[in-house]
Design a protein around this ligand. Structure first.
Ligand SMILES: [Zn+2]
Length: 381
């Protein structure tokens, strides 16, 4: 059984230990030490990483009373080894985990909801609560949490006696009565938790609640804290500054800037559609009648241009006006219109003749067709 140095002091980064056991497992080696500062996977977070005598530790798992450190090379039992944990990674996890307790304590006190899920991954942290929360409520929780961080109160840990534990009010209540580790932030939160925490709330630095989505009967909140928040802010700042410069508006005005751009785009595409229709109408004037019917072949026109042209085209013939727009080899969009022929009644017949699919009203049908131009022309000849 190894001594859990992370419970003695969560800020131990380097330590020496004696190798108690080393076993091969699936192409790697599992090492047990007489004492360790590596926190194993558990309590909603992934394991610490680091090195043992220069050999990297890729994973740490607790199995019963044993903590196994996964390494790539064997280390002889009895060796005294020098160990270091990846401190920036561990410290950031502690910033997020203590931040999570602060948030959960405040949400519980203000709204009575329980934290029913916690995930501390490499990319993001999520907290699940069993009730709904609005953005305004989250902002309020955030304000109080940041005041708790600024007040720099101690984060206390203890293993209360069963009798004392039975009297305590705390979150994440377990059925266990012995060896329950209690993490308290005075005035904010008391919770059963096995993970390492910062020593003072000030070490969290800052925290921010990001997206909030519906989850089961409550919400899932994405959160960031500490140095992770700094990197996140830096990414967002860079993006905001770039968009602001591209739009030539102040950073605080980028939403209005994008709205203006969207309106300009909509206006331009409306104008463009007008120009396209005007040009298409000029093409229509050149089309020759083919017996009773009129057939027109064009390239790459969209339905929003084809429909007004067909509407006009049908007034130029006593029969059917058929417009085909090529989209690929032998592939077409079609719009067929008529003032005299009931097209709805003939839809099936027409589609069969042009290898097509589509439909519409008695005056106008549209869809897709395939075949050679000559063959399609012949159908309407
Ligand atoms: Zn916890």
């Amino acid at each position: 059984m190894s001594e859990k140095l992370y419970y003695r002091d969560s800020h131990i980064k380097d330590f020496s230990a004696t190798v108690l056991d080393c076993v091969e497992a699936e192409g790697a080696w599992l090492v047990e030490l007489d004492r360790t500062a590596f926190f194993p996977e558990g309590g909603g977070q992934y394991s610490d990483t680091g090195v043992i005598d220069g050999v990297s530790v890729s994973d740490v798992q607790e199995e019963g009373d044993t903590i196994w450190h996964k390494v790539a090379e064997p280390i002889e039992v009895g060796t005294i080894v020098e160990c270091s944990i990846n401190w920036p990674e561990r410290f950031e996890k502690m910033q997020c985990h203590t931040g999570e307790h602060i948030i959960s304590g405040i949400v519980h006190a203000l709204y009575g909801y329980d934290n029913v899920g916690f995930h501390l991954g490499e990319d993001y942290v999520t907290l699940d609560f069993d009730g709904p929360l609005t953005r305004e409520q989250l902002d309020k929780v955030e304000d109080i949490a940041c005041a708790v961080i600024a007040s720099n109160v101690p984060v206390e840990t203890s293993f209360p006696e069963p009798a004392e534990l039975a009297m305590m009010e705390y979150r994440s209540k377990l059925d266990l009565t012995e060896n329950v580790r209690i993490v308290s932030i005075p005035g904010v939160d008391v919770c059963a938790c096995c993970a390492p925490h910062v020593a003072y709330t000030g070490e969290v630095g800052m925290l921010k609640l990001l997206d909030c989505v519906k989850h089961k009967k409550g919400v899932r909140i994405f959160m960031t804290a500490g140095f992770r928040l700094l990197r996140d802010y830096r990414m967002r700042y860079t993006q905001t500054a770039q968009v602001s410069s591209m739009l030539a508006v102040p950073q605080a005005g980028i939403v209005e800037g994008v709205e203006r751009l969207q309106k300009e785009c909509a206006d331009l595409s409306y104008q463009l559609k007008g120009v396209k229709i005007e040009k298409a109408m000029a093409e229509l004037e050149k089309v020759q009648k083919d017996g009773e019917n009129m057939v027109m072949f064009v390239d790459n026109w969209d339905y929003d241009v084809m429909v007004p042209v067909a509407d006009k085209g049908k007034t130029m013939t006593q029969g059917i006006f058929a417009l085909f727009s090529a989209t690929g080899e032998g592939q077409y969009r079609y719009v067929i219109a008529s003032e005299t022929v009931d097209l709805r009644a003939k839809t099936r017949e027409i589609n069969q003749a042009i290898n097509g699919k589509g439909g519409g009203s008695s005056n106008l049908i549209q869809g897709k067709a395939c075949g050679e131009e000559e063959a399609l022309r012949a159908v309407f000849h």
